[in-house]
Design a protein around this ligand. Structure first.
Ligand SMILES: O=C(O)CCCC[C@@H]1SC[C@@H]2NC(=O)N[C@@H]21
Length: 244
């Protein structure tokens, strides 16, 4: 492992089951943050236990951290990671216009999903898993009906970016937003996230475990909840899948 000047380690693996599982194993005998990047994963997973397809050339990494805040604040790191991803995309393409952040944890490129974030917590650690379709997007059939179509950075923008090069942009961008978060709290993160949000003020659908709500995407509140204005009043939704 290489320790970067910011004190965050970097490990690059040719292949692993999942960088999330690797992070959990490393966490058992470590106390300092590190990025774990793998060129191939044999058992990658996404949110809600869905399989994550990660062809070679795509970016698959987990940031292992040991946060000390209460759990509700720790969960807000998904917004920190989203902002870092957005900055990394802007750095490697020189463009802002095709990128947008989709609540809660995705990055869109020309309206398709180019990256997803997965947070998993252990007794002392937080693992922030990030998958980016740098080179190739999975087949449309591999994703859920109604979900944003997967797209790749290479296909949509022509930018050919290696996983390590992407990490060179993502790691300092994360460090920047992390410093904002730990110094000033969620407020500046929320403001920056909303400025990059997809479909703010527009009609969306939010599917929770129990039901599907239709309404206008009003904002994200101070706790990271989706605020939806529906005909029955305002709803504050902590977890859902969002459809446009
Ligand atoms: O959109 C999602 O559902 C989140 C996808 C997260 C995928 C990444 S790839 C690196 C890390 N390892 C995994 O097994 N999953 C995450």
């Amino acid at each position: 492992m290489y320790i970067w000047p910011d004190g965050v380690g970097r490990t690059v693996l040719p292949s692993v089951d999942s960088t999330m599982s690797e992070a959990a194993r490393v966490a058992a005998s470590s106390t300092f943050p590190q990025w774990i990047l793998a060129h191939s994963q044999t058992a990658a997973h996404g949110r809600r236990g869905r399989p994550w397809v990660n062809p070679v050339g795509n970016f698959s990494a987990t940031l292992l951290m040991f946060p000390t805040e209460p759990p509700e604040l720790v969960a807000l790191r998904s917004f920190v990671a989203s902002l870092a991803l957005y900055d990394a995309f802007v750095a490697v393409t020189g463009r802002t216009d095709p990128f947008a952040l989709k609540w809660p944890n995705d990055v869109l490129l020309n309206g398709g999903k180019v990256a997803g974030i997965l947070l998993e917590r252990g007794s002392s650690h937080l693992a922030i898993g990030i998958g980016v379709n740098l080179a190739e997007a999975p087949e449309r059939a591999a994703v859920e009906e109604g979900a944003a179509a997967p797209v790749s950075l290479a296909h949509e923008t022509g930018a050919l970016v290696q996983p390590e090069e992407f990490l060179d942009q993502l790691a300092p961008a994360f460090a920047h937003w992390e410093a904002q978060f730990t110094t000033y709290g969620f407020a500046p993160i929320r403001t920056a996230w909303l400025a990059r949000a997809a479909r703010l003020g527009e009609p969306i659908r939010a599917r929770t475990m129990a039901e599907t709500h239709h309404g206008t995407f009003e904002t994200v509140d101070a706790f990271g909840n989706l605020v939806l204005a529906t005909p029955k009043g305002k709803l504050s939704i902590p977890a859902a899948e969002v459809y446009f």
